[in-house]
Design a protein around this ligand. Structure first.
Ligand SMILES: Nc1ncnc2c1ncn2[C@@H]1O[C@H](COP(=O)(O)OP(=O)(O)OP(=O)(O)O)[C@@H](O)[C@H]1O
Ligand SMILES: [Zn+2]
Length: 406
């Protein structure tokens, strides 16, 4: 019998398992070997981290780190496809680990059930060849960028909101590419940035961007193709427009990767006025006496005129009987003050308290402020008008659990 020789270290099982990628001329056995010797860290096991982890686990990567501080919630399942109904309540990292190891039992998986901060990020990031930012908040985005520059790791970063997404590779030294801070030197205030839980997101858009993050990570560690450094992919799922734009180069003035950096040994702590985790800042715009709790409202003997400030399509989910609909868009931007004042004057009775409601009690506070100005000539408007603290979510939790939570 003629002996065969092979020019690689893969087992026959591995050749069979990865055969469809081994026969790609751009990939082949040597890329597969490099993948097996490589490691990737996924920060955030949510909408982006789920597909990224599934594809990296399937690909033949050697070692995968998974970071998240959160637990699986039923509202995650429409897009966070690594989790299951059976893992609701478990930590996201454990849930993700279970699925990844079911797909590929030879993958080495490390889990970090923790909130990454400037104090703990460095020793974790240091251990991996490529980092994937799959988180959803501004502070963490800067934190991960700075840690990647300081540890000299390429960073594959994506973000998704509504039906749109963005993808880029930062700090890709081989191409002398820019870091995130080179483009955006300062973080915008947390409350000016929308989150999926504020404005929504469609699952397959996360799927697209998260899968492309896995693809870029594979290209980086196997050294194939043209990595998306110095460029950014913009995806619009509604129109199916995919565009790649050129980004500006690495900046010598950058605070972390520039010639005289101010961020040197570890990322800096977040500014005091920003939240330290990914929970939306609870905007406490109003004083206590300008607000009413769900419990107090449910027990109140006063007749109430309810103004619901949510957008039209959310009313279809559920609404209070006989509420007046005044979407925030109209209240803030429509410029029909006189017409609105007349409508409210006709509908509100003199002895009524005016209660403003929204989904979570943020917009309703803004609305109270705006309506106090608009209705300043109404009798006792300052005492009469209040927002429902915590919105319909608080109503669900504290008063009526049959009102759907969303
Ligand atoms: N600093 C951080 N350290 C660890 N994990 C983080 C950090 N910041 C964000 N994450 C995680 O990144 C993930 C982002 O994913 P995504 O926005 O899809 O999920 P989510 O927060 O569950 O969404 P929703 O806003 O709908 O509740 C979350 O699981 C979140 O816990
Ligand atoms: Zn930079």
């Amino acid at each position: 019998m003629t002996k065969h020789i092979r020019n690689h270290s893969l087992s026959n099982d591995e050749v069979q398992r990865y055969s469809r990628q081994l026969i790609l001329s751009e990939f082949g056995v040597h890329a597969q070997e490099r993948l097996k010797d490589s490691s990737a860290l996924i920060i955030g096991c949510g909408g982006l981290g789920s597909p990224a982890a599934l594809y990296l686990a399937s690909s033949g990567l050697g070692r995968l780190g998974l970071v998240d501080h959160d637990n699986v919630d039923i509202s995650n399942l429409h897009r966070q496809i690594i989790h299951r109904e059976t893992t609701i309540g478990k930590t996201k990292v454990e849930s993700a680990q279970i699925t990844c190891s079911q797909i590929n039992s030879s993958l080495k998986i490390d889990t970090y059930n923790q909130l990454l901060t400037y104090e703990n990020i460095m020793p974790i990031v240091k251990q991996y060849d490529v980092i994937l930012d799959c988180t959803d908040n501004v502070i963490t985005r800067y934190l991960i960028n700075d840690a990647c520059v300081l540890c000299q790791k390429p960073l594959v970063s994506a973000s998704v909101i509504r039906l749109e997404g963005q993808l880029s590779v930062w700090n890709y030294i081989e191409k002398h590419g820019p870091c995130y801070r080179c483009l955006y030197p300062q973080a915008p205030p947390e409350e000016t940035v929308s989150t999926c839980s504020d404005v929504g997101v469609l699952g397959p858009v996360c799927g697209t961007l998260g899968s492309l993050q896995a693809l870029e990570a594979i290209k980086i560690v196997t050294k194939i193709g043209d990595v998306l450094s110095n460029r950014m992919l913009l995806v619009d799922g509604l129109s199916m427009n995919f565009r790649t734009i050129k980004l500006r180069n690495r900046q010598t003035t950058c605070a972390v990767c520039g010639t005289n950096p101010t961020i040197i040994n570890q990322p800096s702590p977040p500014p005091m006025n920003q939240c330290s985790n990914d929970q939306p800042c609870r905007k406490n715009l109003l004083n206590r006496n300008e607000r009413i709790t769900a419990n107090d409202l449910s027990k109140s003997n006063l007749s109430s005129f309810i103004i619901d400030v949510r957008p039209e399509h959310e009313l279809n989910i559920a609404q209070f009987d006989n509420s007046f609909h005044l979407p925030m868009d109209r209240l803030l931007y429509k410029n029909d003050d006189e017409q609105l004042r007349n409508e409210l004057r006709t509908n509100i009775e003199n002895n009524q308290q005016i209660i403003i409601v929204c989904r979570r009690g943020n917009d309703s506070q803004l609305a109270v402020r705006r309506l106090k100005e608009l209705l300043s000539d109404f009798d006792n408007i300052d005492e009469k008008i209040k927002d429902l603290e915590g919105g319909f979510q608080a109503w669900h939790t504290d008063v009526d659990s049959t009102f759907p939570l969303y």
